[in-house]
Design a protein around this ligand. Structure first.
Ligand code: NAD
Length: 353
């Protein structure tokens, strides 16, 4: 199979491409604009594979995307290219609207034209897999706000959309476009909505790598509000396995939620990282001393948690990493891969978010 991956130089896209090249005979075409978040060094392990090709392009460039589809004749599209950082979307939403909404629209139109001209068998087998987030559902009741006996609800595939941030609103819009292109034009699409990912090659503006690297540099460890926001953490390699399974065995027209069954408060995550750093790279005082509470993010969602029973039941996927094993791997990875961090241009790194 030929799989066209958009955003393959990013955190999840690069994990997906490494997974496909390592574990299948499929070919991958990576289409990426190399924004601040794209880093080809994350693909060093597979870049010499004869089954891997890179195309430098913006998904919003219709002419270039049309040429790429014509040249490579993909069987499957896995669409991950996006602006992905909530804090940046709050500062300025323009690139989020352009890439996440308009870019997805352009890609859908290019894919639809390409798909409509395929022969019957290829047309039937073609898939457009749109990779989205659980943040489109807004937030869930927090245990601190509920009585002990109250059940804790989870996001499932039929949960109504209620995005809170410019980022999640732009992803919600793109999900709706994908759904409409399936319903109106019959394009064989699949949508996956996933919880927070973490693991190797994560851009250091996101919570987990930011805390690890700030701790090593002796800088403050910023924690929003009281640090009691809950996220359902999924190890990125578990996500990559799920995505490949959905793209190759999922049913067209379906949505699958993907989650890690690892609900943790942000402060618990920060404590776990500090404890591991105290074990692996001890200093005279614990890293916990560097924790600094900062003003909460506006509109900050309180809790996310995924019901991943559909993908388990229908496709047999479940996460292999627990939070404890995944966070241990991640901290170790950063400690032994500091040269990768240095490949990120200093000017792109946030000061302190
Ligand atoms: P990322 O920010 O690390 O990577 C995004 C990639 O897309 C980068 O390589 C960037 O260069 C590329 N890109 C951006 N705009 C582009 C454009 N116009 N044309 C071509 N390429 C472009 O993001 P990520 O964390 O790897 O997330 C990938 C996808 O998964 C996103 O769609 C995101 O919404 C979704 N998602 C992320 C998470 C998470 O926890 N990180 C969770 C659920 C879903």
């Amino acid at each position: 199979m030929k799989i066209l991956v958009t955003g393959g130089a990013g955190f999840i896209g690069s994990a997906l491409i490494r997974h496909i090249i390592r574990n299948s005979q499929d070919e991958v075409i990576n289409v990426d604009k190399l924004t601040y978040a794209g880093n080809l060094a994350s693909l060093a392990e597979i870049e010499n594979s004869e089954r891997y090709q890179f195309e430098y392009a913006d998904i919003g460039d219709k002419e270039k995307m049309t040429q790429i589809f014509a040249r490579h004749q993909p069987d499957v599209v896995m669409h991950l290219a996006a602006e992905s950082h909530v804090d940046r979307s709050i500062l300025s939403a323009a690139t989020f609207i352009n890439t996440n909404i308009i870019g997805t629209w352009v890609l859908l139109e290019v894919a639809r034209k390409y798909w409509s001209e395929l022969d019957a068998l290829k047309k039937m087998r073609f898939r457009f897999h749109h990779i989205s987030t659980d943040e489109v559902y807004g937030d869930l009741p927090h245990p601190d706000d509920l009585a002990e006996a109250d059940p804790l609800p989870l996001f499932h595939e039929k949960t109504a959309y209620a995005p809170s941030s410019p980022y999640s609103a732009s992803k919600a819009a793109s999900d709706h476009l994908v759904r409409a292109w399936a319903r109106t034009y019959g394009l064989p699409t699949i949508v996956t909505n996933c919880s927070n990912n973490y693991g190797p090659y994560h851009y250091p503006e996101k919570l987990i790598p930011l805390i690890i690297l700030n701790a090593l540099a002796g800088k403050p460890l910023p924690v929003y509000g009281k640090g009691d926001q809950i996220r359902d953490w999924l190890y990125v390699e578990d996500h990559a396995r799920a995505l490949y399974l959905v793209a190759t065995a999922g049913k067209a027209g379906e949505t699958y939620n993907i989650g890690g069954h690892n609900e943790k408060k942000n402060i618990q995550v920060v404590h776990a990282i500090c404890d591991l750093l105290d074990e692996f790279a001890p200093k005279t005082v614990s890293c916990r001393e560097q924790i600094t509470y900062v003003t909460d993010r506006p509109g900050h969602d309180r809790r996310y948690a995924i019901d991943a029973s559909k993908i388990r039941r229908e496709l047999g996927w479940q996460p292999q990493e627990s939070f404890e094993s995944g966070i241990r791997n991640t901290v170790k990875w950063y400690l032994t891969n500091l040269p990768w961090v240095e490949t990120i241009k200093e000017s792109h790194l946030p000061t302190l978010i």
